[in-house]
Design a protein around this ligand. Structure first.
Ligand code: ADP
Length: 227
C-alpha cells in the first residue's frame, strides 16, 4: 500500500490553555503528503507554521488529532518511539542554520550520522557527497563563521539530509537571506530534494518560491486549505 509519508488529521493546538492568554493556533488542521511530493506551506507570520511543523516532526504534541509518519500513527507513541522515528525519518531546516560553530562544515554533516551509529569513513563520505551536491565541497573544512549566509544554509540542508530521512520539514529555509542568494540557495535545496526523492513540507512567505513546489497549502484560522 502506498501510505502517505506524512498525514495530519484534525490537529488542534492551544497555547496557555485555560489562561487569559489562551491562543488556539491550530483548529483541526489536516494534510497528507505523498512520496516525493514537495508542498509549500504558506501563511502570514504568527499563523502557526512553526507550531504545525513542530507537531508534524514530533517535536511537540498536538492537543487533539493524529499525526502519522510513513503510515505509522505516532499520536500515542512513547517518547522513545517518537524520538526514534524523528531521528530516522525526519530532517529539519530552520530559518537560521544552527550549525555548531566549533566544527567544520563536514563535521557538522557527519555528527548526526555518528550519533546514529554510522562509522567515521562512511559518515565522511556521505557528508562530502552531500556538500558536493549543493556546491560547497570546497568549503568542507571551513567553520560556519568562515562561510557566507548562503553557504551556511547549504551546509544546514546537508545536515538535515545526513541520515537519509524520508520527510523534510523546513521553516522559512531561505527567509534570512537576501533575495538573490535566497533564489540560488532555494534552487540548490529543490535539486537536492528532487534528487534524493524526499517528500517535503516547506514553509515560506515567498509566493514565487511556493509556486515552484508541487502544490500549496495555506494555513489560515488554524486550518489548512489548498492554495
Ligand atoms: P508562525 O510560525 O506562523 O509565525 P507560530 O507557530 O510561531 O507561527 O506561532 C503561532 C501563534 O502561537 C503566535 O500567536 C505565537 O505567539 C503563539 N505561540 C507560539 N509558541 C507559543 C508558546 N510556546 N506559548 C504560547 N504561545 C505561543
Amino acid at each position: 500500500m502506498n501510505e502517505p509519508v506524512l498525514a495530519l488529521a484534525g490537529v488542534e493546538k492551544i497555547y496557555n490553555r485555560g489562561e487569559p492568554g489562551e491562543v488556539s493556533v491550530l483548529r483541526g488542521a489536516s494534510l497528507s503528503i505523498g512520496a516525493r511530493e514537495v508542498v509549500a506551506l504558506v501563511a502570514p507570520s504568527g499563523a502557526g507554521k512553526s507550531t504545525l511543523l513542530h507537531i508534524a516532526g514530533l517535536l511537540d504534541a498536538a492537543d487533539a488529532g493524529t499525526v502519522a509518519i510513513g503510515g505509522e500513527d505516532m499520536t500515542r507513541a512513547t517518547d522513545r518511539a517518537r524520538t526514534a522515528v524523528r531521528r530516522e525519518k525526519v530532517g529539519f531546516i530552520y530559518q537560521f542554520h544552527h550549525l555548531l560553530p566549533e566544527f567544520t562544515a563536514r563535521e557538522n554533516v557527519m555528527l548526526p550520522q555518528l550519533a546514529n551509529g554510522a562509522g567515521q569513513a562512511a559518515a565522511r563520505a556521505r557528508a562530502d557527497m552531500l556538500l558536493d551536491k549543493v556546491g560547497v565541497a570546497a568549503r568542507a573544512t571551513h567553520r560556519p563563521a568562515e562561510l557566507s549566509g548562503g553557504e551556511q544554509q547549504r551546509v544546514a540542508f546537508c545536515r538535515a539530509l545526513a541520515n537519509g530521512p524520508s520527510l523534510l520539514l523546513a521553516d522559512e529555509p531561505t527567509g534570512n537571506l537576501d533575495p538573490v542568494t535566497s533564489e540560488t540557495v532555494f534552487g540548490a535545496l529543490m535539486d537536492l530534494v528532487r534528487e534524493t526523492g524526499l517528500s517535503a513540507l516547506i514553509a515560506t512567505h515567498n509566493l514565487e518560491l511556493a509556486g515552484r513546489m508541487d502544490r500549496i497549502l495555506r494555513l489560515d484560522g488554524g486550518v489548512l486549505s489548498a492554495g
